[in-house]
Ligand binder design. Structure first.
Ligand code: 9D3
Length: 245
């Protein structure tokens, strides 16, 4: 996979792209991430990339010409034109399934907005998709682009080691994780639950499943609608929710 990133702040990407799973995937040639400074595509002497909004109002708007020029320069036609994604607070909310869907594409082109927004013609005629990472205000599309790259690259076949893939699979049940402990068995007087020290694998699995369900019921009841639970587990959920308030 190849991912082109169009941004006014390419230097923001160096840390996250080098660390951990992402760094390994890039090193190993699983994905190529190419950064482009939008300012390099501004044709005027001072490389201006923003301007005042027509009709007045606060803030600056990103001009269309540098963005169109940048996408034209990197889009490519072989084997396919990249899927152009604008990171914007007005986009569809990023989910795991959107990440999965995007990870099956050959090429992505991520456009990071800054200032109050981008000229509407960019949305209408340049961009194929618009994505937000959540309902909170950030300073630009760079952090969201890094989040999206992480979500997508983890899903590429071969990005995770076999151990990591197995952990991934065991957590892909639509429930929150169960509590985890490591040594020491007692820390500042706080004990690890006995069942985890018992060596009874079936009991441990049952305890973990119950903890996952209770935690999900209390913290993220919205997730339970899609989880596959037995009748007994549904009763457990009902009890947990009843004692909550
Ligand atoms: C406070 C300014 N807002 C009202 C006029 C508009 C606004 C414009 C640009 C708010 C944030 C931004 C910069 N953010 C992004 O470009 C962005 C973003 C985000 O802020 N939150 C979640 N996902 C994303 S994706 C891109």
């Amino acid at each position: 996979m190849r991912i082109d990133v169009l941004t006014l702040f390419p230097e923001m990407f160096s840390g996250p792209l080098q660390a951990s799973i992402l760094g390994r995937a890039i090193e190993g040639g699983l994905v190529e991430v190419v950064l482009h400074n939008i300012r390099d595509y501004a044709e005027d002497k001072h490389h201006v990339v923003d301007d005042y909004p027509f009709g007045g109002g606060p803030g600056m708007v990103m001009k269309p010409e540098p963005l169109f020029a940048a996408v034209d320069a990197v889009a490519g036609l072989e084997p396919a034109k990249g899927h152009v994604i604008l990171l914007t607070p007005q986009g569809r909310l990023l989910t795991q399934s959107i990440g999965d869907e995007l990870s099956r594409r050959e090429r992505l082109i991520l456009v990071c907005g800054h200032y109050e927004g981008v000229d509407e013609r960019v949305r209408e005629h340049l961009v194929d998709d618009e994505i937000s990472i959540g309902d909170y205000v950030l300073s630009g599309g760079e952090l969201p682009a890094m989040v999206l790259i992480d979500v997508v690259v983890r899903r590429l076949p071969g990005a995770l080691g076999s151990e990591e893939s197995l952990t991934e699979e065991s957590h892909a049940q639509g429930l929150l994780e169960y509590p985890q402990y490591t040594r020491p068995a007692e820390f500042r007087g706080w004990q690890v639950p006995d069942v985890l020290l018992s060596g009874h694998h079936a009991q441990i699995a049952a305890w973990r499943r119950q903890q996952s369900i209770l935690r999900t019921a209390r913290r993220r009841p919205d997730l339970l609608e899609r989880a596959a639970l037995t009748e007994a587990e549904r009763r457990l959920v009902a009890e947990a929710l009843a004692e909550k308030d």
